[in-house]
Design a protein. Structure first.
Length: 538
């Protein structure tokens, strides 16, 4: 007994008691402890048994599920094979049944839904059988089923899948209005023989329309492009409608040809918009468009009027673009670079109230019609060097906050800068004014350089105001030779250059420099003094 309690003390940490009362208590505690151990052991045994049973049940379930999946897969495989065989049948009615069978299989077989869709798209890519009048109905049914499964409330839905319509010919057009293309979408080199309706369509992935051909109208009104939209070298034989369209990714229209009118009013381009080399044979309407990224129109051709009134440009690049019709940019806003270098305006160009926050570059631009810039605001540099104005050049009330550069510019028609404000340098050195030049009310806060300019018109009204700190340079000006065109000159005639109401900081120096260069023509100085050849006041 003493040995038992010694072992208990060592193993259980029980104190060694040898008296009878303590021994009885210790025996009771020991019995309770042993009973608890038995309960724990029985519980563990039951738990292990339950785990074993659970494992066995799970294994049985998995075996049954595998068998069921195997049976389902075999069943779906059989349905797929049967549908594919129907699609390859010679009779259009049988092929039509195959289309519906493949569509139902796509609805039921989510695991292989993409494969079923690929088969339907592949059928459309097959050459159409012109000798089979029923083939068109089969193809139209495929298009209709695809469009129906891409509607926002479609159930079951095919959204999120890839659709490859590359090289597909849509003989009767296609109606994908309000369709949701969540995956990659390919319409490259597709041919739409009838109207192509994508009104309200949403493209979550890349939208590929490169080299696509639209024989009829193309409707993309309120379409949303979350990824890149590729319309490079696309051909629109009918009108192309993109009003209120949203391009969140890159928009590529480089080399696109618009034979009809191109409508983009109120469209929004969040990234780069590329129209390099695009050809607009009809009206080009971009009223109220927002270009948050660069708007690239270099070498673009506009055969008819181009409308950009109220458009907002982060950056505008129109280098070497050709406007055969009138170009309307009234109240357009250019936040960054506005590059019109080498642009040819064959018709009238209207920039009434336009705002140029960044540099405005028009060097070498050709204005064959009237150029209207009334009330335009140039916050940055304005470059018009070597620009040619064949018609009227209207800059009344224009504001130049940065340098205004017109050196060597040619004004073949009347030039009007009435009430224009020049806050920085105004450079008209070497400019040619073949007709009337009107600077009445113009204000020059800094240097106004007309050195070497030629006033060949009948009358030049220089009623300018040169504020303190500014200066007016009319040295070496050429007067008295009227030019009717760039290559034809009439005999010299007496011209009038009037500074009558000019407000000058140093009128004496101006009078001397101009009088020396007047060459017998009439010069009316501030206050009405005439030099050197008296003539009636003008």
């Amino acid at each position: 007994m003493l040995l038992y309690w010694f072992v208990a003390e060592v193993l259980l940490g029980l104190p060694l008691q040898v008296d009878a009362k303590a021994e009885a208590g210790q025996q009771a505690a020991q019995r309770k402890f042993l009973a608890d151990l038995v309960k724990i052991a029985l519980g563990l045994a039951a738990g292990i048994g339950a785990v074993i049973a659970l494992v066995a049940t799970y294994r049985k379930t998995r075996i049954e599920e595998y068998a069921s999946h195997r049976d389902d897969h075999r069943l779906f495989s059989e349905r797929y094979q049967n549908a594919a065989e129907l699609l390859g049948h010679a009779k259009p009615a049988v092929r039509l049944a195959g289309v519906y069978a493949m569509a139902r299989l796509a609805d039921d077989w989510d695991e292989q839904q993409q494969q079923c869709i690929d088969v339907l798209c592949a059928y459309l890519r097959l050459p159409a059988n012109e000798n089979d009048p029923g083939d068109g109905e089969v193809r139209d049914t495929v298009i209709r089923l695809v469009a129906a499964h891409l509607q926002p409330d479609a159930e079951p839905s095919w959204q999120g899948r890839k659709f490859d319509f590359t090289d597909v010919t849509f003989d009767h057009g296609a109606n994908f209005s309000w369709a949701v293309f969540s995956g990659q979408t390919y319409f490259g080199n597709a041919k739409f023989a009838g109207p192509a309706d994508f009104r309200g369509a949403k493209f979550a992935g890349n939208a590929h329309f490169r080299d696509a051909k639209f024989a009829g109208y193309a409707y993309f009104l309120r379409a949303e492009f979350a990824g890149p939209a590729d319309f490079r070298d696309a051909k629109f034989a009918g009108d192309a409608h993109f009003p209120d369209a949203e391009f969140a990714g890159y928009a590529h229209f480089a080399g696109a040809k618009f034979a009809g009118d191109a409508h983009f009013p109120d469209a929004e381009f969040a990234r780069d918009a590329h129209f390099a080399g695009a050809k607009f044979a009809g009206y080009a309407r971009f009223k109220g468009v927002k270009f948050a990224g660069p708007a690239d129109f270099p070498d673009a051709e506009f055969a008819r009027p181009a409308d950009f009134p109220g458009a907002k440009f982060a950056y505008a690049y129109f280098q070497r673009a050709e406007f055969a019709g009138n170009a309307h940019f009234q109240r357009a806003e250019f936040a960054g670079d506005a590059d019109f270098r080498g642009v040819k305006f064959a018709g009238d160009s209207d920039f009434l109230g336009a705002k140029f926050t960044g540099p405005a570059d028009f060097p070498g631009a050709e204005f064959a019609g009237d150029a209207h810039f009334p009330g335009a605001k140039f916050a940055g540099d304005a470059h018009f060097q070597r620009a040619e104005f064949a018609g009227n050049a209207h800059f009344p009330d224009a504001e130049f906050a940065g340098p205004a550069d017109f050196p060597d510019a040619l004004f073949a028609g009347p030039a009007q800068f009435k009430s224009a404000k020049f806050a920085r340098r105004a450079d008209f050195a070497g400019a040619e004014f073949a007709r009337r030049a009107d600077f009445a009310g113009a204000e020059f806060a800094r240097r106004a350089d007309f050195g070497g300019a030629e006033f060949a018109g009948r009358y030049a009204r220089m009623w300018v105001t040169v504020t303190s700190g500014g200066s007016l340079d009319l040295s070496e000006v050429k007067l008295g030779r009227e030019r009717t065109s760039e290559d034809t000159e009439q005999p010299a005639r007496r011209s009038v250059v009037s500074l009558r109401h000019a407000t000058l900081a140093d009128p004496a120096s101006i009078a001397a420099s101009v009088a020396e260069a007047a060459n017998g023509c009439v010069l009316i100085l501030p206050g009405g003094t005439r030099a050197p050849d008296p003539m009636p006041n003008t």
